[in-house]
Design a protein around this ligand. Structure first.
Ligand SMILES: Cc1ncc(COP(=O)(O)O)c(C=O)c1O
Length: 415
């Protein structure tokens, strides 16, 4: 009998015992093609041999080199390796264990360095479950329910959800930037605003990419008013969208980047990156914790970067993402219930509807149950659970993509 808290809601009935590449296995040898990647974490696939070897070697050497007490080589090497992938000028990295913790670290840094209180986040954004991160989150009210009031000083601005607003992208961007200026004029004076935080490709709300004109509009406003631009790259970063960082698609450089998920192939590790200059204006000792930059997690992160570079996973995400998109567009031609396909690279979402623009979370749930019964593990997202997300490891093969599309096509026919 299990004594697991009933408040942990699991989306499948699978008890996974083992993972290998794109596959998860239970103790009876049943297997599922895992197109969730543990919510975008196992970008190198389950138990990539090079990540396993690096972690095993480190476990036998040193596990907990408490980073506020001592330094350790893996942590230092990881800052150097990350630096090679960071935009010019972002030359300092601080580690934590989870995405939410790094969001909190970014909030602290922004408030301490600007001396300002307010933050602007975007409708539909997901930034985590801790108090500060949840206060920035509006992808679903589930995260905010029953424990309000949350952190003060947050304004929510519209994100260019062109599909949802039934607009083309250009007028939608104009409207959203206009509304942001209105927020500055009416509720959140730029002089009080520490940072604007954005997922350049929104995840949990339903795989909505931002737009170059929008991101550049944010950059201009940040430059004009001395506001910091924070890119939450936790789900869309680390190669998933076909560029190393998702903001690179949009030509707007952030002042702070937050990363986690794909960073260490499943070991709990997250980070924020900013300029040393910016970090030097924060409060000494404000970054730290008990478990941050765990030596095994850092070893796994270094091996993850080796795999990403040597197997050219960023290019793979771009190439295979285009192939997957073509398959999904083929399904859309045949099935009216697929109203929209959004996303970039190997981060794609299908909007499931009962009629145009009528989100159908129940149908999406049924589809996923049928997929699970036939050996394909998928996840939903979106405010009504109406978006089926395609989030395979970046190591997925073309044959596995075709197999997953076939299994999903069967589920479409069965439901
Ligand atoms: C964009 C984004 N930010 C923050 C988080 C929170 O990360 P964690 O669950 O590791 O706290 C997530 C998790 O899904 C995410 O997708």
């Amino acid at each position: 009998m299990s004594h697991l808290s009933p408040l942990l809601v699991q989306s499948s009935g699978i008890c996974a015992e083992r993972g290998e590449g794109s596959w998860l296995y239970d103790k009876d040898g049943n297997r599922w093609l895992d197109f969730t990647s543990g919510i975008g974490v196992t970008a190198t696939g389950h138990c990539h041999p090079r990540v396993v070897a690096a972690a095993q070697e480190q476990v036998a050497k040193l596990v907990h080199a408490q980073y506020a007490t001592v330094s350790h080589p893996n942590m230092l090497a990881l800052t150097d390796r990350l630096y090679e992938h960071l935009p010019d000028g972002l030359d300092a990295v601080a580690f934590s264990n989870s995405g939410s913790e790094s969001v909190e670290a970014a909030i602290r840094l922004a408030r301490q360095t600007t001396g300002r209180t307010n933050l602007i986040a975007f409708r539909g954004g997901f930034h985590g479950r801790t108090l500060g991160a949840a206060s920035l989150t509006t992808s679903t009210s589930k995260v905010r329910t029953g424990w309000q009031p949350l952190m003060a000083g947050v304004s929510i601005a519209p994100f260019p959800h062109a599909y949802r607003y039934r607009q083309d992208m250009a007028p939608c961007v104009d409207d959203c930037l206009h509304e942001l200026d209105h927020i500055f004029a009416t509720e959140c004076n730029p002089a009080d605003t520490a940072a604007i935080i954005i997922e350049p490709v929104q995840g949990e709300y339903g795989y909505y990419p931002a737009d170059a004109a929008f991101m550049q509009g944010l950059r201009e406003r940040c430059d004009k008013h001395g506001i910091l631009l924070i890119a939450d790259e936790i789900q869309a970063g680390y190669g998933r969208t076909g560029k190393f960082w998702s903001h690179e698609h949009f030509g707007a450089r952030p002042d702070i980047i937050i990363t986690a998920k794909g960073l260490a192939s499943g070991y709990p590790l997250s980070a924020i990156a900013a300029s040393k200059e910016l970090m030097s204006h924060g409060y000494p000792g404000s970054q730290g914790g008990t478990y941050g930059a765990n030596a095994v997690a850092c070893a796994a992160a270094l091996a993850t970067l080796d795999v990403i570079e040597d197997e050219q996973l960023v290019n793979r995400a771009d190439k295979l993402g285009k192939e997957l998109l073509a398959h999904l567009q083929g399904l859309q031609q045949e099935h009216d219930c697929i109203d929209d396909i959004r996303g970039m690279g190997l981060m794609l979402g299908l909007e499931i509807v009962s009629a145009p623009h009528q989100p159908d979370g129940e149908r999406a749930a049924k589809l996923l149950k049928h997929c699970e019964a036939n050996g394909l593990l998928m996840l939903r997202c979106g405010s009504n659970g109406q978006v089926v997300r395609w989030l395979p490891p970046l190591t997925v093969s073309e044959a596995e993509i075709e197999q997953a599309v076939d299994l999903f096509a069967t589920a479409l026919k069965e439901t």
